[in-house]
Design a protein around this ligand. Structure first.
Ligand code: AMP
Length: 576
């Protein structure tokens, strides 16, 4: 059994390292020591979660409550804990320090193993209803009473959602491979398995049970896949040069849904892989009519404006993502789902089949009225593609997605299997999705709202880090400014997000939670930002402006550093 004190010691070791290879090796030595029953739980803990997103298990413990628990377990007063926290800026460091000079010796200090700590956290997460905060505090005190100072540091960081080991999913996958085979040779099948079930704990359990079976891992209903992502190009010509004859699909501006069905059971997942089934009874009823017993398919949902006889814009469609008033909303904003892919059919994993074959099944199974095939035309030349693109814009759509006829479904990856061409925003050729990491106070006319804009970051999956790319002060209406500031205030933090690398500091840091779509004129290099930082300069957006909030996108889905670098290169080749 793996003692949690050993886990904590390795976490401390990892925090001191910065190179990915080094981190992988240290992590692998830890993973090697876990047994079959522990590995899944250990992997979740390293990821800073208790379960994959679609399980809906959130620790939900605010700093305030964690402070109460620390006070109770350490024998210090709440005010003393708070004042120490003010100095350290990190609640994990605070609890470690206070436990080091603990006034009250713990009643029982039995050694905790990984399973015990995981189960305790799960108990904290699952406490709900009236009095649940007191329950959560009580459970946390119990664990802390059994913890040494270093263990307490990581337990507290975990429960407040800021474990920030700086270990990204790619590193965990590498480390799993190294732990079992001594090298990275199993990284690829492990990554594929993770991409088709989005559950690293589950993959790790399967892998430890039968390492050789990982290559045969396949798609299963009710284990959502990581969505395939689209690359971008700026011209029809660049697309046809890459793909030759290809399928051009309309790019609908709604929200993406992954639909799973087996017999009578149906589930819907968002692109963040949260379960959305209860929000869309209208779509569930239609899914039950689909002539397939077992199927996973994907589509973009749009709300239809009967009065104007056309689809609503994105903001209105988003009214359907709600927890209350579902019945009324489904009448006001009836949804159509444009199905664009099939990933599993009657027991068969379809992800390795070529697009053409999958598309054939889409057209066979979805004929409307509510579940419709996405609009598609085959094109052979840049001229034909350009015509489709113009048609899409004339219909009020965002653009097109060109699809490689022979490509498999690339779960969780941005590949040239799909290439998007989007309408431009003023001078901008494209937009990026970034996460808000901080905000500024206003000056002059804006001081009234005390909001001066936001600091936004992109994700570097190789390093498992967030890197800043822009400070955005325009594009906000007054109403937007007000409500945005209110929302950001609720997630203010004393310190920069643990995953963030930065050179500039906003007036306030916030949890990396809100994803925003940003338009810009071009990309430059600047010492202010850390995106792709090399020789003191990072990549930065010039004249960035807010397009909209993307509540449907997850932090992990934002634009990557590599994409920003690619866009920079694209822009250089255009101006050359
Ligand atoms: P973007 O969010 O700009 O990277 O564009 C990719 C997104 O476009 C996907 O995640 C889908 O939500 C959406 N989309 C709309 N229409 C289609 C389509 N026909 N095929 C694939 N994705 C589509």
């Amino acid at each position: 059994m793996l003692a949690f004190s050993d886990v904590a010691a390795v976490f401390e070791e990892i925090e001191k390292r910065s190179g990915r290879l080094e981190m992988t090796d240290v992590l692998a030595t830890l993973l090697k020591r876990a047994d079959k029953g522990e590995i899944g739980k250990l992997v979740y803990i390293i990821q800073g979660i208790l379960a994959p997103p679609y399980e809906g298990i959130d620790l939900g413990m605010g700093e305030r409550f964690a402070i109460e628990a620390i006070a109770s377990a350490s024998g210090y007063t709440k005010a003393q804990v708070e004042s120490s926290y003010k100095k350290s800026g990190d609640l994990g460091d605070t609890v470690e320090e206070l436990f080091g000079k603990r006034k009250q010796t713990a009643l029982s200090t039995s050694e905790m193993d990984v399973g015990y700590v995981y189960d305790a956290m799960l108990k904290i997460a699952k406490a709900s209803g009236t009095g649940s905060q007191e329950q959560k505090i009580k459970y946390l005190v119990e664990v802390l009473n059994n913890s040494n100072p270093l263990e307490a540091r990581y337990i507290v960081r975990f429960v407040i959602g800021s474990l920030r080991l700086g270990v990204g999913d790619p590193t965990i996958l590498d480390a799993l491979s190294v732990a079992k085979s001594g090298d990275r040779s199993l990284r690829e099948p492990l990554e594929r398995a993770y991409n088709v079930c989005a559950d690293m704990g589950y993959v790790a359990r399967m892998f430890y049970d039968k390492p050789e079976s990982i290559s045969g891992f396949h798609v299963q209903p009710f284990k959502p896949l990581m969505p395939a992502l689209a690359e971008r190009e700026n011209t029809p010509k660049a697309i046809t040069e890459r793909l030759g004859k290809c399928a051009v699909e309309m790019k609908y501006d709604g929200f993406r849904l992954q639909c799973h069905k087996k017999g009578d059971k149906v589930e819907l997942y968002s692109r963040k892989l949260e379960k959305m089934t209860s929000m869309f009874p209208d779509l569930v009823a239609e899914m039950k009519k689909v002539k397939a017993k077992e199927i996973i398919f994907e589509g973009e949902a749009l709300a239809f404006d009967k009065q104007k006889d056309r689809y609503f814009p994105f903001q209105q469609t988003m009214h359907r993502r709600r927890k209350h008033g579902i019945e009324a909303a489904s009448k006001e904003y009836p949804l159509d789902l444009f199905v664009f892919d099939i990933l599993y059919l009657e027991g068969k994993d379809m992800t390795n089949e070529p697009y053409e074959k999958r598309r054939g099944e889409v057209e066979r199974l979805f004929k409307g009225p509510v579940l419709l095939p996405s609009g598609m035309k085959m094109v052979k030349s840049a001229g034909e593609l350009s015509k489709q693109f113009k048609d899409a814009l004339a219909k009020g759509l965002e653009g097109i997605i060109a699809k490689d006829l022979s490509a498999p479904y690339t779960a969780g990856k941005r590949k040239f299997a799909w290439i998007k061409l989007k309408k431009s925003y003023g001078k901008a050729v494209d937009t990026i999705d970034a996460v808000v990491v901080g905000y500024y106070l206003g000056q002059g006319a804006r001081a009234e709202f005390e909001f001066g804009g936001i600091l936004a970051a992109v994700y570097n999956p190789e390093r498992g880090r967030l890197e800043t790319v822009a400070r955005i002060g325009s594009g906000f209406s007054e109403d937007e400014m007000k409500s945005f500031k209110e929302n950001l205030e609720k997630i203010k933090t004393k310190q920069a997000p643990g995953l963030l690398d930065y050179n500039v500091e906003p007036d306030f840091w916030v949890e990396p939670k809100y994803v925003v779509e940003i338009a810009f004129d071009d990309i430059t290099k600047s010492p202010m930002h850390t995106c792709g930082l090399k020789e003191g300069k990072g990549y930065a957006l010039r004249f960035p402006r807010l397009v909209r909030l993307r509540t449907d996108k997850a932090m992990k889905e934002i634009t990557t550093t590599e994409e920003v670098v690619d866009m920079y290169e694209l822009q250089r080749s255009r101006s050359a």
